[in-house]
Design a binder for this molecule. Structure first.
Ligand code: SF4
Length: 466
């Protein structure tokens, strides 16, 4: 089997619901809508008010659950999680939601983000005798809460949250309560919706849309919401902190039909393309994306530059993550099976590829080569974000500098490596202005190296496994 996945992997998606008799099925649908945020494992934990049950597995939501398994998950309160590993390896013991029982109380967590002081916290807890079942940073929350439970659940939760640093949008489930919390910087999105009388929490609004829940508002940075039979109560234990929304959610991660940080992702991506056209008034015969990532910036670029938009490569929607390996003689099979160039569109043309980002560069290189082989006369690339020169410690899968081509190479060197005639990146100013929000609202650390929260020195993806 050949695993050809080289593209940037995503982070995690979370969904929770309180007060609906079909909580398991709706959580399944919510996770289905959030599948793009994590493909490695999926899980649901559900409560009927006294009994708490879980089902988790490796793989996509549709692989892990079926009618029969969902019908065994009875209750009106549930949380779910889809995962791509950003701390801890990809294995079943690291699948979420993570459920424990402590002193007769069930507690489950579903977490999106990375705790930057996880290593230090875990060492401290282990010294006090804590035994960890997984290598996920999310389990640290559970231990921190358990350590303070003699003072009551809410003080224990507040105390635990005051000790963790970094990025978290998370859901907690007890027998009779759904809790949502977002870190004081608000790195990752988390929104609130209503479905008839039920409350819904989700990473992105596309999940609300699928279950026909009405969007109410975003959970604010530093806010905790407690949802139970008495309704919703909001508390903000931490003092106001400068927000640091992950701007890469707009560029790459979030689904274009979602609204995050108050903006529609589709429209922001289109404006990114328009800004590219403004910054690079270059000549070309056609503008094209590598579907689907560059589609919306490509549309915006074509509209603003008046250069015709074409689909120069066609995506095969039926390619799974692994497939039977072809014989050695089939060159670039992995690229062609997924994206096949359209010779009649590309032959003899000056092609401008609009790409959302270049992380490691290897995938882009193969794709550029495929466009050239189809007869393109010139191949240029415009990227709808600045060069990634710094690692991310907040839940995105490039936590070391070695993984980033722009960290060690100039734009000219990257252009040569990719086999391009021209290469241009969007400026930070252009990127921010396309969002319609002030620069001070965002984390831009992977572009400018200014980290809103410094990680501890031992931090990396596998730091809890050593
Ligand atoms: S470093 Fe980049 S990818 Fe990571 S949270 Fe900040 S903006 Fe997002």
């Amino acid at each position: 089997m050949l695993n050809y996945e080289q593209a940037l992997k995503e982070e995690c998606g979370i969904f929770g619901i309180f007060g609906h008799p079909e909580a398991a099925k709706l959580t399944y649908f919510g996770l289905y809508a959030l599948q793009h945020r994590g493909e490695e494992s999926s899980g649901i934990v559900i409560s009927d008010g006294s009994q708490v049950r879980e089902q988790k597995g490796m793989g996509l939501v549709a692989d892990v659950f079926n009618e029969q398994s969902l019908s065994a998950l009875q209750g009106n309160l549930a949380i779910g999680h889809v995962r791509y590993s950003t701390t801890g390896s990809s294995m079943l013991k690291n699948a979420q939601p993570f459920l424990v029982s402590h002193g007769g109380m069930a507690l489950a967590i579903a977490h999106n983000g990375n705790l930057t002081n996880a290593h230090e916290l875990r060492l401290g807890l282990e010294k006090k005798g804590a035994i960890f079942q997984s290598t996920m940073d999310s389990e640290i929350f559970i231990h921190l809460i358990a350590h303070g439970l003699e003072r009551g659940f809410e003080p224990a939760l507040s105390e635990a949250l005051s000790q963790v640093q970094g990025a978290y949008s998370m859901l907690l489930l007890t027998q009779d309560q759904l809790i949502g919390a977002r870190d004081p910087h608000g790195f990752r999105p988390l929104c609130l919706g209503r479905l008839n009388g039920a409350y819904v929490l989700a990473s992105e609004t596309c999940a609300l849309d699928l279950v026909e829940a009405q969007y109410i508002r975003d959970i604010e940075p530093g806010e905790i919401v407690f949802i139970n039979k008495n309704g919703l109560r909001s508390v903000k234990p931490s003092s106001k902190t400068q927000s640091a929304f992950c701007i890469f959610e707009f560029i790459y991660f979030a689904r274009p039909d979602s609204y995050i940080f108050g903006q529609n992702v589709y429209q922001v991506r289109k404006r990114l393309g328009q800004m590219l056209a403004k910054e690079y008034p270059i000549q070309g015969d056609l503008a094209m994306p590598f579907p689907d990532s560059g589609n919306y910036a490509g549309l915006g670029f074509a509209e603003a530059s008046k250069i015709p938009f074409e689909m120069g490569v066609i995506r095969n929607h039926y390619v799974g993550r692994t497939f039977i390996q072809p014989s050695q003689s089939m060159r670039d099979f992995g690229v062609r099976v997924k994206l096949n160039p359209v010779r009649s569109v590309l032959k003899g043309k000056r092609v401008i590829i609009i790409e959302d980002s270049i992380i490691r560069g290897t995938t882009s290189r193969n794709r550029v080569q495929a466009v050239r082989s189809a007869g393109a006369r010139e191949v240029h690339m415009l990227v709808s974000c600045p060069p990634h020169q710094h690692p991310c410690f907040y839940g995105i899968d490039f936590s070391t500098r070695g993984e980033l081509i722009a960290c060690h190479h100039s734009v000219e060197e990257i252009k040569k490596f990719l086999g391009l005639d021209g290469l241009g990146y969007l400026s930070i100013e252009g990127l921010v202005s396309a969002t319609g929000l002030p620069e001070s609202n965002f984390c831009l650390a992977c572009f400018n190296g200014r980290y809103p929260v410094r990680p501890d020195s031992a931090f990396d993806k596998l730091c809890l496994e050593r």
